[in-house]
Design a protein around this ligand. Structure first.
Ligand code: UD1
Length: 417
């Protein structure tokens, strides 16, 4: 298993170009099965999850290519409506295929996506929206068999603005008869990107980015060429790493509006930020101030995907911070790892109380999930001495060469495979 050897204490500075968003590209790749045609997707990050999604598309009969940052998917032929079990178990995002496969084939068989390192991730909301569109679902022996003779547009009231369930509802209703309204929809930028992609393919969807999405079904779909939005979480992670080392950075290809609340927390911590069109210039303060409270919430609230990175940063801030995680219950696993580096964090249920210390010291730590892994890299870069981050595979799932990116800014990370 790969590990990172990080020599901490080096001030990061320079420029970074942000690549396409993991959470946008995955549902969009799943959506390429819908048109039975050519799809060209640009600005794709080269991530393990993206490659797994391509393996799934190949396995069901599509012809895929990944060259540079461009993916082409020819979904003309489809050999099967059964998604291979071994690939589903590798990646929870395979549930994004439910909606597109029902739209294309009226049928899909998928093994039940298992638990996840950040806590139980049920799919009840996904299944509920599909049922309201007229899908019959048979769950047995760990498999889901979904059939839709006739997808029918309807009003879907989500109990919670789940990102994935909103996306599956959009994907399935593109081929439904009549109008579908999704109420209490998630408003994340990646939902807007999916709407824009589907509309470029010929669908008629409006309202993404608000709590009500409106889909006019059964439009003729055509081939499509599309560029993925920049990854706001990758951008936020780099800013956190730079902040931890007291450095400065120019981020290029970034939409600062997608990072509004995250940027406001960096400002509270004493960092300075200049936003230009598609660029952010960021300078860390010499000593970070504690951000008093952070509470993760659905967009436009503070993203759960940035929580671990901020927790890591607050361990070396001046004062006490309180972080409340409301989306995923097991996202405080890094606390034990950070304590090996000398941090002072107490966890009480969904709340972490962080008392900043002067400095962290290098230690051998274990990445247990994607964002927590990135947070340990941030801690290692800021710490005194050498930090070894084990289980880098978790980080590689969602970051396209995080080590190379940090090294380009002057960081000292050696990957050992
Ligand atoms: C997506 C993102 C993930 C991010 C999360 C929240 C992708 C590929 N992943 O995940 O990086 O952390 O949004 O911003 O886009 N829930 C249910 N039942 C369901 C579905 C969800 O109870 O059927 C619960 C989850 O357990 C969780 C909450 O709803 O507590 C939010 O989940 P959701 O918004 O669905 O996240 P994902 O789409 O899985």
């Amino acid at each position: 298993m790969s590990k990172f050897h990080i020599t901490g204490g080096v001030r990061l500075s320079g420029e970074t170009v942000i690549n396409g968003a993991k959470n946008a590209v995955l549902p969009i790749l799943a959506a390429t099965v819908m048109n039975g045609n050519f799809n060209i997707i640009k600005d794709c990050p080269n991530l393990k999850d993206v490659r797994t999604m391509l393996q799934i598309l190949d396995a069901i009969g599509c012809d895929t290519r990944f060259e540079g940052n461009t993916i082409t998917v020819n979904s003309k032929p489809l050999d099967t409506y059964t998604i291979p079990e071994n690939l589903v178990s590798e990646m929870r995002s395979s549930i994004f295929l439910l909606g597109p496969m029902l739209s294309r084939c009226g049928r899909v068989v998928l093994s039940y996506p298992g638990g996840c390192e950040i806590g139980p991730r049920p799919i009840d909301l996904h299944l509920k929206v599909l049922k309201s569109l007229g899908v019959s679902i048979n769950e047995s022996h760990g498999f889901l068999e979904c059939r839709a003779e006739n997808l029918k547009g309807c009003t879907i009231q989500l109990d919670f603005p789940s990102v994935g369930a909103t996306e599956n509802a959009m994907l399935a209703s593109v081929e439904a008869d009549g109008i579908t309204r999704i109420k209490n929809a998630a408003k994340e930028p990646e939902i807007v990107d999916l709407q824009n992609f589907l509309n470029a393919m010929g669908a008629r969807i409006s309202g993404a980015g608000t709590s009500e999405i409106y889909i006019e079904g059964k439009r003729k779909l055509k081939e499509v060429e599309y560029s993925i939005i920049p990854d706001r979480i990758f951008a936020g992670t780099i800013l956190a790493a730079v902040a931890g080392t007291g450095g400065e950075v120019l981020l290029k290809n970034v939409i600062s509006e997608h990072l509004s609340i995250v940027l406001s927390k960096f400002i509270e911590a004493g960092c300075s930020i200049k936003e230009e069109k598609n660029e952010i210039y960021f300078k860390a303060s010499k000593k970070l101030n504690a951000v008093e409270t952070i509470k993760t919430l659905p967009y436009p609230g503070f993203p759960t995907d940035m929580q671990s990175q901020f927790l890591s940063l607050m361990t070396i801030a001046k004062g006490t911070s309180i972080i409340t995680e409301t989306i995923f219950e097991s996202r405080f696993k890094i606390v034990d790892e950070l304590s090996k580096m000398g941090s002072k964090v107490k966890v009480d249920g969904r709340t972490a109380i962080i008392t900043g210390v002067d400095q962290l010291t290098g230690a051998r730590v274990f990445a247990k999930d994607l964002r927590g892994g990135a947070a340990l890299v941030i801690a290692g870069l800021a710490a005194k001495g050498e930090t070894i981050v084990e289980n880098v595979c978790h980080i590689d799932r969602g970051y396209d060469k995080l080590d190379v990116c940090m090294n380009n800014l002057g960081g000292k990370i050696i990957r050992e495979d």
